[in-house]
Design a protein around this ligand. Structure first.
Ligand code: FES
Length: 130
């Protein structure tokens, strides 16, 4: 698969696409070719995209069986108005039983109340007429 090299005067579809195509064109020219190959595009993308560690941080939310939601990673906790809910931790337990005295955080009350919930996603019951 080959592509025609973009000229410097062509109207860009988007700045990022043009940047990738131009970098791929430089790689092709550097290899002595007049056409871009798929490998040039892949190499251009690999060189222009940020490294995985530099990409947006990821937070993980895990519902614990009969317990809270554990939130781990890089997150920002806010109320519905966008006000920060301060926490210095990178892992917090969020109440999902509704009985905590420290909401939105879990205070362990779910154990006293016998809260029950699966860790996996719940599915709605099948309807009788289906
Ligand atoms: S989940 Fe722990 S107090 Fe609600």
């Amino acid at each position: 698969v080959t592509m025609r090299l973009p000229s410097e005067s062509e109207e860009p579809a988007s700045a990022e696409v043009v940047q990738v195509l131009r970098h791929a064109a430089r790689l092709a020219r550097g290899a002595g070719r007049a056409e871009i190959e798929v490998a040039d595009l892949a190499n251009a993308l690999a060189e222009l995209l940020p490294a995985p560690a530099a990409r947006a941080p990821v937070a993980r939310v895990t519902p614990y069986r009969d317990g809270p939601l554990l939130l781990r990673g890089a997150f920002e906790l806010t109320d519905q108005d966008g006000n920060a809910i301060p926490t210095r931790r990178t892992t917090v337990a969020l109440c999902r039983c509704g009985r905590s005295q420290l909401r939105p955080f879990c205070d362990g009350t779910h154990k006293l109340t016998g809260f029950q919930a699966d860790s996996a996603a719940e599915r709605p019951p099948a309807r009788a007429c289906d």
